[in-house]
Ligand binder design. Structure first.
Ligand code: UTP
Length: 294
């Protein structure tokens, strides 16, 4: 089975959980320390071997396109000042992968956004990375998922284990067997189940490797929760009826944050800053004093 090389990053959502910050600015452009959320996601795709990247964008997302483009005025200014370190930083962003764009034409759900990529992905398997979901900077999750896809031929979703009292906030899977070496076969999905009715403690997070056959399921998918075309509904059909290659999960046990959620965003900021040589020691010392003084 050939290794997939194309990645789709949907960024057309409205980001309502982060209002009012996202009234005029895409939530994917909110900075975690000094890089926008989306840059961490693109860097993850590129380091995992996905150089061809399609952003599924929407209205008012120009800041995203500008961020990954070169900026002649800024570069000339930094060069004239002799600020070569910052010059390199801004140039590196515009050299990340081969970035393409398609408009979703209205935020009609994640499944609808993924299906907007069908001409780009054509008859190849592809990765999907949610533009507001950040994993730790050296995570090999996407590479492991790619290997599992190549070994099994299945659609692959990323899973985290969450405490039972939190499972109602997530899309949850019904396993069809035990977890073996971090991989688990899936027979169904349940969106935001009651804690007492959840078929497992495995929650779906924003990384996927999908077979091209998923587009056929998405094209025929009726609107689900919130009146939107849900990727989870198409994956549930693939899992239940063993269509488009079926579905397996890869369990991720590293750090991961939904940066579209305010509390998770704050945690991600502290975590990433604490790991930085230039900020970590001072930030941690201040945090200790701050907590002691409360
Ligand atoms: P979310 O559900 O987290 O995004 O989708 P949202 O709808 O923008 O968020 P809230 O709930 O209103 O705050 C996860 C990813 O999928 C994209 C989003 O941009 C985000 O990166 N998305 C979602 C689309 O591209 N199109 C959609 O129709 C929905």
């Amino acid at each position: 089975m050939t290794k997939p090389t194309k990645a789709v990053i949907p960024v057309a959502g409205l980001g309502t959980r982060f209002l009012p910050a996202t009234k005029a600015m895409p939530k994917e452009m909110l900075p975690l320390v000094d890089k926008p959320v989306i840059q961490y996601v693109v860097e993850e795709a590129v380091r995992s071997g996905y150089e061809d990247i399609l952003f599924v964008t929407g209205r008012d997302k120009y800041a995203l396109e500008n961020h990954f483009d070169s900026s002649t005025a800024l570069e000339s200014h930094l060069e004239a000042k002799g600020d070569l370190a910052r010059l390199r930083q801004v140039q590196e962003v515009s050299e990340l992968g081969n970035i393409h764009y398609v408009r979703q034409g209205g935020a009609r759900g994640l499944g609808h956004a993924v299906h907007a990529a069908h001409s780009f992905t054509s008859d190849e398997a592809f990765a999907v990375l949610l533009g507001d979901d950040v994993t730790e900077e050296n995570s090999d999750l996407l590479e492991v998922m790619t290997q599992v896809h190549m070994r099994t031929g299945a659609n692959v979703v990323a899973l985290v284990e969450v405490p039972n009292e939190e499972i109602h906030k997530y899309g949850c899977i019904k396993p069809s067997g035990a977890e073996v070496d971090g991989v688990i076969a899936i027979s169904d999905f349940v969106e935001k189940p009651k804690n007492s009715e959840a078929p497992s403690n495995y929650a779906v997070i924003g990384r996927y490797i999908l077979n091209p056959g998923i587009h056929h399921l998405l094209a025929n998918q009726a609107p689900g929760a919130g009146g939107e075309i849900q990727l989870t509904d198409a994956l549930a059909k693939a899992a239940r009826e063993n269509e488009a290659g079926g579905v397996v999960g890869v369990v991720f046990r590293g750090e991961r944050y939904d940066a579209g959620d305010k509390l998770e965003f704050l945690k991600a900021t502290v975590l990433l800053a604490s790991k930085r040589d230039d900020l970590g020691p001072d930030l941690m010392a201040w945090l200790k004093d701050f907590i002691a003084s409360r």
